[in-house]
Design a protein around this ligand. Structure first.
Ligand code: ZN
Ligand code: FE
Length: 247
């Protein structure tokens, strides 16, 4: 199975370093800040060998792509991103869309178009192993979802419903460490959800210990994340609008 490791960058972003154990190849997702990302890749190679094979981009925002050209120049590996956003992404070596497959050692990432946060947002889905891995950028967050900066609530609802149908053991790799603040709104929106109250305590303990709250388990998101649990578009739209002004 793919082993995902969060690389903390900028103020609260994660790039994701992926290792495919059979080939020992590495991939980096959303390398928005070159220095810490290059250091993390070099440390991973020093510790366990292997080499970088791919740079994967989820969407065009600077806090996901700004270090791309520098990382490509350092390692000489191809950059993969959404064909629909090729005009506003770093130069792509491979443009992908719904249903594209990206070979990564013995694994294959399936590309899903998951609009909502941006129109051209894509996610990378590894489902071969029982413990799959979802790279969802700023579409789904732990206990939250991305803001509707370009897309509609209908699009976000459809994207989240696709994620919800993945195996519950799937590891959810999001673009930001927003979980603790998302938990405050989630508890406000769904005050009687005992699973959510218990999960918030775990998140606070992880964060107090300096540990990332990610990746999360899809099973926990299905139990606790009000945006993923929204039964229809209107409910999701209402939650998103309330969260936008929640303090
Ligand atoms: Zn974004
Ligand atoms: Fe972001």
């Amino acid at each position: 199975m793919i082993e995902p490791t969060p690389v903390p960058i900028l103020s609260d972003n994660y790039a994701w370093l992926l290792r495919e154990p059979q080939s020992n190849l590495l991939a980096i997702v959303d390398p928005a800040e070159a220095t810490p990302v290059i250091a993390a890749i070099e440390a991973a190679i020093r510790d366990r060998g292997g080499e970088l094979a791919l740079i994967l981009l989820t969407h065009h925002h600077a806090d996901h792509v700004a270090g791309t050209d520098e990382v490509r120049a350092r390692f000489g590996v191809p950059v993969v991103g959404a064909k629909a956003d090729a005009h506003r992404l770093p130069r792509l070596d491979r443009s992908v869309g719904e249903g594209s497959e990206v070979d990564f050692g013995a694994a294959t990432a399936r590309v899903w178009e998951t609009p909502g946060h941006t129109q051209g947002h894509i996610s990378y889905v590894f489902t071969e192993a029982a413990e799959g891995v979802l790279l969802c950028g700023d579409t789904l967050f732990s206990l939250g979802c991305g803001r509707l900066l370009e897309g509609t609530a209908e699009q976000m609802f459809a994207s989240l419903q696709r994620f919800a149908a993945l195996p519950p053991a799937t590891l959810v790799c999001c673009g930001h460490e927003y979980t603790a603040s998302n938990a405050r709104f989630a508890r406000h929106a769904d005050p009687h959800n005992a699973d959510l109250l218990a999960y918030e305590q775990k998140v606070l303990a992880w964060r107090a210990a300096g540990r990332p709250s990610l990746p999360s388990r899809l099973a926990d998101e299905l139990a606790c994340n009000p945006f993923l649990r929204a039964a229809d578009v209107a409910t999701l739209a209402d939650l998103r609008a309330r969260k936008d002004t929640f303090r």
